[in-house]
Design a protein around this ligand. Structure first.
Ligand code: NAD
Length: 509
């Protein structure tokens, strides 16, 4: 639970602006929230909860801009994103520093966050070849049929706190490159790096009104879902909120795609390369303090791989817990005091429900950052379905370990879990890998790759309870999400053509 917005207090703390019609403006709201450095509790800025009138103004600006943007040549659109990717590269260190200050992840991981978004911007620069239709000539005598992929109009995006660079960049570049205009609602917990990326997008040449930003929480999100001029909503965040957004937006007649929560299993076969597997598992479980939707939060040790627990624990114990700005940090703080409390509470439930606490990360001592929201790497073994630490997404540096007798039992366990975001198999057997990729019911599969997030030549393809809507963000699928396919069937009469008479059948001739 995030704290409720507070009344604004006059102070020297900078405010986060709205972007409406090409202007960065101060909100007139009375509801504000602090953006807090999770390693120090320093208040970095205050973010407004935009009023309904401000949301309406942002949508109005986007609606107006759509009239000209939809007709802007595809090469002009593509070149803006070529320029944009260059600007992001040039500002990489600055962007990472803003991100680490407000989100907590290490500087290297913050650069990774920006880089994975940058890859989508590079892809948007290829829009010329991505948004092509199809043509079949002579489908009947003198008749050709072709398709146009036309933009929808005003689209909107709602993003989570854990990737404040990558996920906004999953959304607005592809929506805008395909000819739509956009209203973005960043996470209210860490909107500052998103705003810097938005400034760079304007600098790259995105015209006034094509990209707009409103801030806020539940009310603004509901306003987006209900607004009659918004045609499509892209959401990334928790399953609880995503399910609500999907239902509300589709009920209001919009297209919607919602990428949601997860419980990702890494299945470890006894024939896997032990050293590589343990290192990969630890990075994927504890990197970003476990606050990744594709974190390998659940390990399934098959057969003799169960004997690897002491080595895994020893390696986890050696990870360095510190502020993301400090050199050599492996695990930074959690995003908020509320997240810290929730994760500690789930660890306590794990103990109470009978799981074996192999490594206890509660109350780590972090010199110089005593007020930070730190939880160290925590490992439970003997975990069973039904326990809260298995059923809930912990979203912290907690790895839960289950055991399986063989690959069949491991596959069955993973497939019984409702989530379908990601999974990985560690093995040296091609036959086991092939079997796993065929039979596992999860949308993104890694074979000796612990966090199999596809690059933007493909789409993000979480499945089952981790996703609502057919089409994923970025890649080929998102072109279809942000466009309407129009099919044109065309004939040109030639004065010399003989009159074929009236045709009362459905057949073209
Ligand atoms: P969240 O659902 O709390 O917030 C996401 C967005 O929804 C934010 O912009 C927030 O302002 C808004 N929101 C919050 N409460 C709302 C409410 N009651 N009504 C309407 N809108 C509301 O998620 P989070 O904590 O920011 O992010 C972490 C979650 O996101 C995790 O569950 C994680 O797995 C998931 N996630 C999924 C993916 C994916 O691709 N599947 C990627 C990243 C994060």
């Amino acid at each position: 639970m995030n704290p409720a917005p507070q009344r604004a207090a006059a102070s020297a703390i900078p405010t986060v602006k709205l972007l409406i019609g090409g202007e960065f403006v101060e909100s007139r709201t009375t509801q504000w929230r602090d953006v807090v450095n999770p390693a120090t509790q320093e208040v970095l800025a205050r973010v407004p909860f935009a009023t309904p009138q401000e949301l309406d103004a942002a949508v109005g600006a986007a609606r107006e801009a759509f009239k000209t943007w939809r007709k802007t040549p595809i090469g002009v659109r593509a070149r803006i994103f070529l320029k944009y990717q260059q600007l992001i590269r040039e500002h990489m260190k600055e962007l990472a520093a803003i991100l680490t200050a407000e989100q907590g992840k290490t500087l290297a991981d913050a650069e990774g966050d920006v880089f994975r978004g940058l890859e989508v911007v590079e892809h948007a620069a290829n829009i010329g070849t991505l948004q092509m239709g199809e043509l079949a000539s002579n489908v009947a005598t003198g008749v050709d049929t072709f398709t146009l992929l036309q933009p929808l109009g005003v689209c909107a995006g709602i993003t989570p706190f854990n990737f404040p660079a990558m996920i906004p960049l999953w959304m607005f570049p592809m929506a805008i490159a395909t000819g739509n205009t956009f209203v973005l609602k960043p996470s209210e917990q860490d909107p500052m790096v998103t705003m810097r990326l938005v400034e760079l997008a304007l600098q790259a040449g995105i015209p006034k009104g094509v990209l707009n930003v409103v801030h806020g929480g539940e009310e603004v999100v509901n306003g987006i879902c209900d607004h009659p001029d918004i045609k499509a909503v892209s959401f990334v965040g928790s399953t609880r909120v995503g399910t609500h957004v999907y239902q509300r937006a589709t009920l209001a007649g919009k297209r919607a795609q919602c990428m949601m929560g997860a419980k990702n299993h890494a299945v470890v076969m006894p024939d896997a390369n032990k050293e590589q597997t343990l290192n990969n598992l630890l990075g994927a479980a504890f990197g970003a303090a476990g606050q990744r939707c594709m974190a390998a939060s659940t390990a399934v040790l098959v057969g003799a791989a169960r004997a690897w627990i002491p080595d895994l624990v020893a390696k986890a114990r050696a990870l360095k817990i510190n502020a993301g700005t400090e050199a050599g940090t492996d695990v930074g703080p959690l995003i908020s005091c509320a997240a810290h409390e929730r994760v500690n509470g789930l660890i306590e439930r794990g103990i109470a429900e009978g799981a074996k606490l192999e490594l206890d990360g509660r109350k780590p001592q972090v010199a110089g950052y005593e007020k930070g929201n730190f939880v160290g790497p925590t490992i439970f073994s003997g975990v069973k379905p039904g326990m809260a630490i298995y059923e809930q997404e912990i979203f912290g540096p907690v790895l839960v370990i289950l055991a399986a007798d063989n690959l069949d039992a491991a596959i069955e366990l993973v497939n019984r879990n409702p989530n379908g975001n990601g999974t990985a198999l560690f093995t040296q057997s091609g036959a086991a890998a092939r079997r796993f990729q065929e039979d596992i019911d999860v949308g993104q599969v890694g074979i000796n790759v612990p966090i199999p997030v596809p690059v933007p030549l493909f789409s993000f393809t979480g499945s089952r309870a981790s996703k609502l809507g057919d089409l994923g963000p970025y890649g080929k699928q998102v072109i279809l999400f942000y466009t309407q396919t129009k099919t044109v069937t065309q004939r040109w009469f030639d004065d010399s053509t003989l009159n074929a008479g009236v045709n009362t059948t459905i057949n073209l001739r």
